[in-house]
Design a protein around this ligand. Structure first.
Ligand code: SF4
Ligand code: SF4
Length: 424
């Protein structure tokens, strides 16, 4: 019997067969922990994908539902002793679902709306401008007080994520920021679509810290989007187009391609896989580094900050890129900072790209668990290196009245770098 997948980027058969059904991944899977359903576990989802590949199952609404509930957090990859490449299997399967138009129209429209907005900085800037107007006009308070958005869970989720005062338009960073002191190399900095608009200070601090660490920082204009959101949504061809465009902007002139957004870094490290026989893509992917990796051994003249800080591992940094120690080392290196471990720090906060907009109820349940853990640390600051996690956790702290400042690690590091040292 023919399989349910066609020949355009089907999930890899060897990857599917690598699962030996041991179940070691189950306790690490956030959706299994919440729902207790085998088909909402990694093992169950691999079973579904394999059954579809072998023609024992069609791409039914039930099949799609279990795949949609997956966060794509890749915690199962970390746990799996058999090396099942779950992230790639999921992305390929979502690609098949997307191309067949197998979802209800309302879901396709929501997804199309998000993908027509989020990865396009100019359109997103217009939307953020409209959001600023919405907040400053007092309309947001009216809508919240009247619970007008309550019946529309997805709209309400979007509205709730907006920071209380989105930053104003930031001055663009120069195309080249020269290294200070002894030069260690040249990096290209990815600005990120959401990061550059909602967290411009994170990019500014990233550039400043890297120059202080001895790197020339190249910031190509019109660098565009890395394609991560498209990839996670199964729009693989669009992700490829964006990836090729990004590659050409960075060229071969840099030693490292640096990002401060975990989701972008994880996707860029996969270009070599998704672009197939493309040597430039492989070279590019091999140069991708999270900012924490390059700063971890920099000898920066940091000032004292008397703070208790805890750290949340973004899924696409801890599981997608295996970067866990470096952000902790950076934070612990700030004199006066007391770093306290967060229980289940690498369990998803519910953000997961646009999951919190598409599956708001599940995302809220995960956020509630994360907030419990954060409150238990007694920390005044939560640091995390991904814009989606920053928005999601900050939203939770606001709504719950938790007096916790939510910051990117480079923002804390920037605070600890004296002004004179910043400029000189
Ligand atoms: S990616 Fe995350 S949510 Fe999906 S099956 Fe793996 S652990 Fe569970
Ligand atoms: S840990 Fe790996 S091999 Fe074991 S059930 Fe999970 S995916 Fe399959």
């Amino acid at each position: 019997m023919p399989g349910a997948f066609d020949l355009m980027d089907p999930p890899d058969t060897d990857g599917l067969r690598a699962c030996v059904h041991c179940g070691i991944c189950l306790p690490q899977c956030p959706t299994y922990r919440l729902l207790g359903e085998e088909m909402d576990s990694p093992r169950g989802r691999v079973y579904l994908m394999r059954a579809a590949a072998e023609g024992r199952l069609a791409l039914t609404p039930t099949f799609i539902h279990h795949l949609d509930l997956c966060l794509g957090c890749r915690a199962c990859e970390t746990a799996c002793p058999s090396g099942v490449p779950f992230g790639r299997l999921l992305e390929a399967t979502r690609g098949q679902i997307e191309r067949r138009g197998a979802r209800p129209l309302s879901e396709r429209l929501t997804s199309a709306l998000l993908l027509s907005l989020l990865p396009h900085p100019r359109r997103l800037a217009l939307a953020v401008g409209a959001a600023r107007l919405y907040q400053r006009s007092g309309l947001q308070r009216l809508v919240s007080a009247g619970r007008l958005l309550a019946p529309f869970a997805r709209l309400r989720a979007m509205e709730a994520l907006l920071p209380p005062s989105p930053p104003g338009a930031a001055a663009p960073l120069p195309e080249i920021v020269p290294a200070r002191g002894r030069k260690r190399g040249t990096v290209g900095l990815l600005l990120g679509c959401v990061q550059r608009l909602l967290f411009p200070r994170v990019n500014a601090e990233t550039a400043r810290l890297l120059t202080r660490a001895g790197y020339d920082v190249l910031i190509p204009r019109d660098q565009g989007c890395c394609g991560a959101l498209h990839l996670h949504a199964g729009q693989i061809d669009e992700a490829r187009t964006l990836a090729v465009r990004l590659l050409t902007h960075f060229g071969r002139a840099v030693d490292w391609v640096v990002t401060n957004a975990a989701g972008c870094g994880s996707a860029m490290r996969e270009y070599g896989h998704w672009l197939g026989d493309n040597r430039d893509a492989e070279v590019f992917s091999s140069k991708v580094r999270d900012v924490s990796e390059l700063l971890a051994d920099a000898d920066l003249p940091l000032q004292r900050l008397d703070l208790t800080v805890t750290y949340h591992d973004p899924c696409h940094l801890a599981h997608g890129q295996k970067v866990r120690r470096e952000p902790r080392r950076l934070l612990a290196a700030i004199p006066g900072v007391k770093l306290v471990e967060l229980a289940d720090s690498d369990v998803c906060c519910g953000s997961a790209g646009v999951y919190n907009l598409l599956e708001p109820e599940m995302a809220d349940r995960l956020l509630a668990l994360k907030l419990e853990r954060i409150a238990a640390t007694g920390a005044g600051v939560l640091a995390t290196g991904n814009p989606g996690c920053l928005l999601q956790i900050a939203r939770g702290c606001r709504e719950r009245g938790l007096a916790v400042e939510v910051l990117h690690p480079v923002e804390l590091l920037g605070r600890a770098l004296p002004e004179r040292a910043r400029d000189g």
